[in-house]
Structure formats: C-alpha cells, structure tokens
Design a protein around this ligand. Structure first.
Ligand SMILES: [Zn+2]
Length: 439
C-alpha cells in the first residue's frame, strides 16, 4: 500500500494566505523591477522615460504606471537584447514566433529551469497526475518550449516520461497501448486526432490505459472537452502556457475543472481592456497581462499576452488560494475589422456551434484584392463519419454563409478543407484569423 498522493506539489506556494501572497508578490516585483532597470537597457530606457524609480514602488497597483511590453518589443530585441543576465549564466535557449529575426529567443538560467520544473509539477499534481503515472508527451521537442517544460515537471514529480515528440500518430497509439500510457500530453486538436485514428484502426477507448489528458496550446470549448473525455476515457485538464513568458506552467486547472489557477507567486496577472488599455473589474473579459516575478534570465514586465480571459471571483474548493482565470476565449489580436464591421471569432464559434453542435477547427482569411475586403472561412473537416456526410451537403455551406451574413453582417465565402497539419506544437495559441491585406 502506498500513501495517498499529495494534493499539492508546493502547498506553501499554492495555498498561501492571500495577504502573505500579496506581500511576497510586492517584494518579488520590487526586486524584478530593480534588476530589469539595472540589467536590461530596454527597461532602463522605458522606466527613465516616464521618470519611474523602481526603488520607489510601494504597492502592486503602482505597476499600472509602467508601459506594456509587446511582442514587437521582443522581436526588435532579437536575439539577446532583453536578457537580464550574461549569456554565460544562460543554460537553455528556446525560440518561437517565426523564422530568422522575426523569432523571439527565450533564455533560461539554471534557477529558471528549476522553477519551471516545479511549476509544471504543480500543474500535473493539480490535474491529478502522480509519480505512478506514465506520461506520453506528444509536443514537438525542439526550439519550442512546451515539450521540455512538461517533461521536466513530470520527471520532477517522479512520473515515467515517454518523450514520443510530435507526429507519427500510429506509432503514438502503438506506444500508448504497449507502454500503458496513463497521461496524454497534447493539444486538444491532437487528442481528437488520436481518438479518430484509433477508432479507424478499430481501437476503442478500452484499448488504452489513459486516465488524464493534460491539454493545452490552443483554446478549446467544453464541448470539445466532453468529446475528448468520452472518446479517450480520460479526464481532460486545461493548461495555459506562453512561450515568451515561460512555456507551460503559468496556469492550469485543478480537478475541479473550473478555471485555471495562475501561479501568482511567480507571475503577476492583470486583465486589461485591449482597446482602452485600462484594467477591467474582476469577472470581466479582457486581455491577460503578465509580469514575471522570479525569472532571472528573461524577465518580462507587463507583457501583453493578447489572450482573452477573465479573473474568476471566489475561492476554489480544491484549497488553492491562487487566483483562477477563465479558460481562454481567444486572442485580442484575432478581433478583425472586415469592411468596417468588427468581427470576433467567438461570434463565428456561436454560429458554427448552433449549426453543428460543436465548433470545428476553422480559420478566417481576409484579403483585399481590389478596394474591398474579401473574407473566406475555411472549415477544417476531419475524417469522421459526421464530416464525411457533411462534405456532401452543399446545403451546409449555404446555411453557414447565410447565418454569418445575417448575424455578423459580413459575407464570407465558405470552404470545407482538410485538417490543418497538426504537429501538436504548443508554441502558442493557433490564430483563427489570417489577415492577408496589405497594411
Ligand atoms: Zn482549484
């Protein structure tokens, strides 16, 4: 008989008294600001421009005086411009967001890797994973940070890690069966793809030993969660990571599945209105803005994540005092203006869910071949029976087009296309909008 698995990985950090937590955040914020001012010319310039003395920070709310850091700032500092430690103290580099000098190169010190491992172990334990689990990681092992973060966390916890990396779905399934994988780490889209390929191969949910799915890397609905849970016989847990900030390990659900606990002792979270840039009240949807509180090599102050969410009020029955944010609702930069009409993908979600019962993977392409915007909706259809029938129904396309036109005020060309090439990469939220107009 082994003892019951721990409910928390780091109870001191995860269940801290709120007042104590805020005091700790303030101390860590002060230290971060002083360090970035001293060591990162970008931040020194930014703080000096507004006459901000990092030693003079008195409350957490004082952070609102500071300018935001954007992805463009990080791209401009390519490759090493934002580091707060000399390169000799960096033990790992990861990159995301494009090729060449459009990429962002993230650095980790030895302590950063240690912190990362512990934060990811927290997420795994919160999702119900124990050291007895066999964890199959289908994220791509490469420049993207995702696979490594989960890998370290699972090893730190003492679980058995299978680093299958991405692709080769049949081999993934064979390993899942033979090695008796109990925890699947993937994007929600790839989990569904695995379920489908398994079914096509005549493998039902009973063929596997899966127990938990640690899923992340893209927004997914409760409908998709139910479908994954049903088809793979597991509990699907949502996780939030952002490569610029750390990778996975920033926030994740506990088994209550009611919001994602933010690791607030390491990240200060704000929610702002993406248009006015002012803070929104708790409960209201806005863009997440994050400040790292303990990162040594690559600290970020008020980083605009572009991810839309909201702070959830109230305490969680799991006992963690860390604040919870809603599951991601999309990206603020996915809001798009087509022929003068503002369109948010969530409105497209609603129409598709109404017609299909669930939201398929889709992308909106906007072009301006002449003087007018032209919008095309690509609905990515998979090989499931449902969609095979759907493919035959041109009536479906008409219906989608009519509904979008009447409810959004925008006429879309609607096309059914094959699935997106999914490699299970957690390199960030996959964009639903592709704007091909010349700016
Ligand atoms: Zn909880």
């Amino acid at each position: 008989m082994s003892a019951a698995p721990p409910a928390y990985w780091q109870p001191d950090g995860e269940c801290m008294d709120r007042e104590e937590l805020e005091q700790l955040q303030l101390e860590r914020l002060q230290a971060t600001l002083v360090r970035t001012w001293r060591n990162v010319p970008f931040y020194r310039r930014r703080f000096d421009e507004i006459g901000f003395d990092p030693e003079g920070l008195r409350t957490l709310a004082d952070i609102q005086r500071l300018p935001f850091t954007t992805k463009a700032d990080l791209i401009q500092s390519y490759p090493y411009g934002m580091y707060a430690v000399p390169l000799r103290d960096v033990v790992r580099l990861h990159a995301s967001g494009g090729t060449g000098s459009a990429a962002i190169v993230m650095a980790y010190s030895r302590n950063d890797i240690k912190t990362w491992s512990n934060l990811m172990a927290r997420m795994l334990v919160a999702g119900g994973v124990t050291k007895d689990d066999v964890v199959q990681i289908t994220f791509n092992y490469g420049l993207l940070a995702g696979a490594f973060g989960v890998h370290y966390g699972a090893e730190r916890l003492g679980a058995s890690v299978i680093p299958t990396s991405s692709g080769n779905t049949k081999r993934q399934l064979k390993i899942m069966q033979d090695y008796k994988t109990t925890v699947l780490v993937s994007t929600p889209g790839y989990a569904l793809h695995l379920a489908e390929v398994a079914r096509d191969a005549g493998l039902g949910p009973g063929s596997f030993s899966l127990r938990v799915g640690m899923l992340g890397g893209e927004p997914w609905s409760e409908e998709v969660r139910r479908e994954i849970e049903e088809r793979l016989h597991l509990i699907a847990i949502d996780n939030y990571g952002l490569s610029e900030l750390l990778g996975p390990g920033i926030a994740g659900e506990c088994t209550e599945k009611n919001g994602l606990h933010v690791n607030e002792d390491h990240f200060l979270v704000e929610v702002i209105d993406p248009v006015t840039l002012k803070p929104v009240p708790p409960g209201q949807v806005g863009e997440l803005v994050m400040t790292s509180l303990t990162k040594e090599a690559f600290p970020l102050v008020r980083y605009r994540t572009r991810d839309l969410s909201a702070i959830l009020p109230g305490a969680c029955p799991c006992g963690r005092t860390l604040v919870r944010v809603r599951r991601l609702l999309g990206r603020s930069d996915d809001m798009i203006i087509i022929r003068g009409v503002t369109v948010h993908p969530s409105a497209v979600d609603t129409v598709l869910r109404d017609i299909l019962g669930s939201v398929p993977d889709y992308q909106i392409f906007v072009e301006r071949p002449g003087t007018l915007d032209e919008a095309t909706l690509h609905i990515h259809v998979s090989g499931s029976l449902f969609f095979d029938e759907m493919k035959l129904q041109t009536g479906f396309i008409d219906k989608v087009r009519r509904r979008l036109s009447s409810e959004l005020g925008v006429t879309f060309e609607v096309k059914l296309v094959g699935p997106r090439p999914g490699d299970g990469s957690p390199g960030g939220i996959t964009s639903k909008v592709v704007d091909l107009r010349r700016k």
